[in-house]
Write a protein that binds this ligand. Structure first.
Ligand code: 5GP
Ligand code: MG
Length: 178
């Protein structure tokens, strides 16, 4: 069982569910002030569990879409990203709420935000389930939980594509990396 590979649970399923209710209320109230409907855009694959839980708690109409991006590896050109899958809905003149699993350096988000602005999005906000506090150029507008600077898995987050289906966020036993 995948549960056997977990050393400790950092955020439980109950905590995530409760936080999603709070986040959705707060986000919805903020968009209500602007009178606009956001396109909620999940960054694949890590955001899927969080996005599914979060959108259930919105009571106003929303649209959803997805993007998949990857960073160019092995180069020093920080921030360069490749779009593996683009949105289907036009971002033009729309506010966008990006849904991310975790923010580490923030480079991915800086680039995706820039790209969406170039496509004519009027506003791009970010909600992230997890946040690893760092000195960095970008902060999420909404954060579920702050986690320590450890490699975490579960609730969408993987290690070598495994553990995304865990219903909580945790840390792997050291022997899994051996
Ligand atoms: P950054 O903010 O550095 O551009 O990258 C964030 C991305 O790196 C996240 O979307 C996630 O895919 C990956 N990442 C960062 N920290 C972790 C972690 O602790 N666990 C996992 N599974 N992925 C992480
Ligand atoms: Mg990611």
């Amino acid at each position: 069982m995948i549960h056997d590979d977990i050393q400790k649970v950092l955020v439980t399923e109950e905590e995530i569910e409760k936080r999603c209710v709070e986040l959705a209320q707060q986000i919805e109230a903020d968009y209500k002030k602007t009178g606009q409907t956001p396109i909620v855009v999940g960054l694949l694959k890590g955001s899927i569990s969080f996005m599914a839980e979060l959108i259930k708690r919105f009571e106003s109409p929303i649209e959803i879409d997805f993007m998949k991006v990857s960073s160019y590896e092995g180069t020093e050109s920080i921030g360069d990203i490749r779009i593996d899958l683009d949105m289907r809905i036009s971002a033009k003149e729309r506010p966008i709420l990006l849904v991310e699993d975790i923010i580490d350096t923030g480079r991915t988000l800086v680039e995706v935000k820039k790209m969406l602005k170039n496509k004519g999005a009027t506003d791009v906000k970010v909600v992230s389930l997890l946040d690893k506090p760092h000195e960095r150029a970008i902060q999420a507008d909404y954060v579920g939980f702050v986690v320590p600077n450890e490699f975490v898995v579960g609730y969408g987050l993987d290690y070598n594509q495994k553990y995304r289906n865990l219903p909580y966020v945790g840390v792997l036993k050291p022997e899994i990396y051996e």
